[in-house]
Write a protein that binds this ligand. Structure first.
Ligand code: NDP
Length: 489
């Protein structure tokens, strides 16, 4: 079955392009999908335009749009195991993580089915009884939704669910590396009853299909999650036609640990925060900032536990971590290991490919800990997007906060301390979109997610994640029309 979806039809690429999809565990091709070119992307944009302008969706009662989201949530749970397996084959992450992803995606659809029907229009008292003044909301129009490869289904769901419940039409563009669960999601949207043209799917390399999706005058909004360089270029391209643009970019996320913590809990929190999904998480806690008096003990504990992480095929029970997503990405991360050594950081563990014979074909890299780091190092400042932890030490709270904010990014950060007041003080001072106190990583659909500074603009999830997909209009109605009488001539 073809994998591009345009105007309610599954079709192949006009020029016949295809792409191999590779399992990062063994580097084997396990699927072949259609690969769009610019002409397919343009057809998808025009289909979404027609469906928005002439189709029923934007005028469908919001309760019916919300009901479609609920049906998708039911279908996601029906297909939970199949989708989770596909995500594991595509990304390399463990089946346990993929199942959590599917459940999180289900929760996002359920949340926006509820949130979408909450009334947000309001009346405004202008002080004149003959005037009815109200602020109403409309869908924005055609939305291009572009997602990265680390959480393919999850990231696209944060966009699709609010966009659809608000009455928009959409063109989805997953990463070329991990397209399969997005294809499955679009099938579920079709099965749930999305009218033709409301949901369109383009698979293809960002460089080839991106310009048509982000610069076309028929597109009203671009929502992008991915790297800083791509986000920057998309924002520039979209500026020519003054589109709405939301960019969710990378992070260099501090995890600040004070000496009063329970050491075992802190070790576990640091370990999970940085090495989950081999560090390929935008909010990964890759920058450990630890109070000097416990630093040696904490770091020794993290190193010891990191060496015991069980690698393997994400489909197998008991495997705790999979490979990196591609050979190309592993090389990029290995470049950061080399850079850390060059910059004088002390390698305590990892930094190399594992020796185990069954891991030789996959794109594995051992969890890596660099001690003796300081803020001048690129390895401390740049997003490595792999399993690399850097360690810096502090003596005072002011120093900890300074280092925690000492990044051009501002996606997420954490503080570990049993002193409640200090935890709140540090959380208030950190300039990051999400701050965890005595935890690292959790999020819920009800609370906004997004970056400050160079981690992006706009928000996903929560009410603000829905507001991104709504236009606001002020309607002023005078019940007693009268000549303004400003000009006397
Ligand atoms: P990229 O920026 O390389 O790609 C993201 C998406 O953009 C992919 O679908 C890609 O397609 C597409 N793309 C690439 N070039 C263009 C273009 N010119 N026009 C339109 N689309 C384009 O990021 P990665 O996929 O490597 O993802 C990793 C990054 O994502 C990290 O920096 C990470 O921090 C960030 N991220 C941020 C999150 C957040 O919530 N803030 C969440 C998750 C990840 P293709 O792959 O097919 O080339």
């Amino acid at each position: 079955m073809p994998e591009l979806f345009v105007a309610g039809q599954w079709r192949s690429a006009a020029a016949g392009g295809t792409r191999d999809v590779v399992n990062p565990f063994d580097a084997q091709v396990f699927a072949v999908v259609d690969e769009a070119a610019a002409e397919d992307a343009e057809a998808a944009v025009l289909a979404a335009r027609t469906a928005f302008d002439d189709g029923p969706w934007a005028r469908t009662p919001v309760a019916e749009r919300a009901a479609l989201l609920d049906r998708v949530a039911d279908l996601l749970q029906r297909d939970r195991e199949e989708i989770a397996r596909t995500e594991t084959l595509d990304t390399g992450k463990t089946l346990a993580e993929s199942r959590i992803d599917v459940d999180d995606v289900t929760a996002v659809f359920r949340y926006y089915a509820r949130e979408g029907v909450v009334e947000v229009d309001r009346t405004v008292d202008v002080g004149r009884p003959e005037v009815h003044s109200r602020v109403v909301h409309h869908p924005v129009g055609v939305c291009t939704l572009i997602a990265p490869w680390n959480y393919p289904l999850l990231q696209i769901s944060w966009k699709v669910a609010p966009a659809l419940v608000a009455g928009n039409t959409v063109v989805l563009k997953p990463s070329e590396v991990t397209p399969l669960t997005t294809v499955h999601l679009v099938k579920l949207l079709e099965e749930a009853g999305a009218p033709p043209g409301v949901v369109n799917l383009v698979l293809g390399a960002g460089g080839a299909v991106g310009p048509a999706l982000t610069s076309h005058p028929a597109v009203d909004l671009v929502s992008f999650t991915g790297g800083l360089a791509t986000g920057r270029s998309i924002a520039k391209v979209a500026a020519d036609t003054v589109k709405r643009v939301t960019v969710e970019l990378g992070g260099k996320n501090p995890n600040i640990v004070f000496a009063d913590v329970d050491l075992d809990v802190a070790v576990d929190t640091v370990l999970t925060g940085v090495f989950l999904h081999s560090g390929q998480v935008c909010s990964a806690g890759t920058r450990l900032i630890v109070e000097e008096s416990i630093a040696d003990d904490l770091v020794a504990g993290v190193v010891e536990r990191a060496r015991r992480i069980r690698f393997g095929n994400g489909l197998e029970e008991g495997v705790e971590s999979g490979p990196l997503v591609s050979a190309q990405h592993r090389e990029k991360v290995e470049g950061y290991v080399a850079l850390g050594l060059e910059e004088g950081a002390r390698l305590l563990t990892g930094g190399r490919r594992p020796d185990a014979p069954d891991l030789q074909r996959g794109f594995f890299l051992e969890p890596t800990v660099f001690d003796g780091c300081d803020r001048s190092m690129r390895i401390v400042q740049e997003e490595t997007f792999g399993p690399i932890l850097t360690v810096e030490r502090f003596r005072t709270e002011e120093e900890a906060v300074f280092l925690g904010n000492d990044t051009t990014y501002g996606l997420a950060g954490a503080v570990q301390t049993l002193d409640v007041d200090r935890g709140e003080r540090v959380a208030a001072a950190l300039r990051h979109g999400t701050v965890w106190i005595n935890d690292f990583g959790p999020y819920v659909p009800e609370a906004e997610w997004g970056g400050q500074r160079m981690s992006g603009n706009g928000r996903e999830l929560g009410p603000a994640g829905l507001a991104e997909y709504r236009e606001t209009k002020h309607v002023w109605r005078t019940t007693r029309p009268a000549a303004p009488g400003w000009f006397q001539g």
